[in-house]
Write a new protein. Structure first.
Length: 145
């Protein structure tokens, strides 16, 4: 398994252990993790702290040139909000652990020039399927349903 996807999975597990939603993300520049995050909407009573948003926040202020060299890894297909952040900052590549349990606007990202790579990780799928089965109301809240 890709070491960066493994790091995102570790973040997802942290979120689950904290009582949150098991989605994790890392931002990689020049083969180095510069930001890590996990969905912390529950933990922080936040409307926007999806894993990718938490990751970008934890990476701190970066230059446009930094983002242009970055890859965002996420255990789950990014939603509209997180995909918008990818476009806003010009992140050229997104690596997705799985899109079986939820699929964001991947085709739109591709149409805007973002390279989208899907891993179809069984570990990512199992984390989400188990969570959705036990916490359907919380999951529906997270995706705006």
């Amino acid at each position: 398994m890709d070491i960066f996807l493994a790091a995102a999975i570790d973040e997802a597990k942290k979120g689950l252990n904290e009582g949150g939603i098991p989605i994790g993300s890392v931002l990689v520049i020049d083969n180095k993790i510069v930001g890590r995050g996990h969905n912390r909407r529950v933990q922080k009573n936040s409307a926007i702290l999806h894993a990718e948003m938490d990751c970008l926040e934890n990476a701190g202020r970066l230059t446009a040139k930094d983002y242009q060299r970055a890859t965002l890894y996420s255990t789950l297909s990014p939603c509209d909000m997180c995909s918008g952040a990818v476009l806003l900052y010009g992140i050229p590549k997104v690596v997705i652990g799985e899109n079986k349990t939820f699929q964001g606007p991947e085709e739109y990202l591709k149409s805007r020039g973002v390279e989208v790579s899907l891993c179809t990780s069984s570990e990512c799928i199992e984390l989400m399927e188990s969570f959705i089965a036990t916490q359907p109301q919380l999951w529906n809240e997270d995706i705006g349903e």
